[in-house]
Design a protein around this ligand. Structure first.
Ligand SMILES: [Zn+2]
Ligand SMILES: [Zn+2]
Length: 136
């Protein structure tokens, strides 16, 4: 359990943190996203544990397979879309606080996401910081 990767993310446009310490998912501060699902706007909270699909929906319905319009709750800018998932939904990109990006499919329920580090040293620092006993 302690080798889980936690991703703390920020908005690529305004660079503000998207972590919300008052909402907990998997016992950790959640990632807050402004979400539009089938015409309604609300908030989706995601787990910061990479590989966890725990989510909370506030003021929007949890519609399976719906494509979610994801924007920053701070500056309201849509998150950049850099590719299309194999399910044909757009893949949105967020900044990782440590350097690098996380890509996630905007289709609710699709489990495609990936982490891309700008350089491998950042990945090493992240693992080392989060799993100090591995390197003791
Ligand atoms: Zn923003
Ligand atoms: Zn997908």
């Amino acid at each position: 359990m302690n080798s889980q990767i936690k991703v703390e993310v920020s908005c690529p446009s305004c660079l503000k943190s998207l972590m919300n310490p008052t909402v907990k998912i998997d016992d950790l501060p959640a990632i807050q996203i402004l979400a539009k699902i089938s015409g309604k706007t609300g908030t989706v909270f995601l787990s910061q544990i990479y590989g966890s699909y725990e989510k909370k929906f506030v003021d929007v319905e949890n519609i399976n397979d719906a494509v979610v319009d994801c924007s920053c709750p701070k500056c309201q800018k849509p998150f950049p879309i850099q590719k299309v998932c194999s399910c044909n939904a757009p893949v949105a990109t967020l900044n990782l606080d440590i350097g690098g990006r996380i890509n996630f499919c905007t289709r609710n329920g699709c489990q495609h996401h990936s982490v891309e580090f700008e350089n491998l040293d950042d990945a090493f620092i992240l693992f080392q910081k989060q799993n100090p006993s591995y390197y003791a």
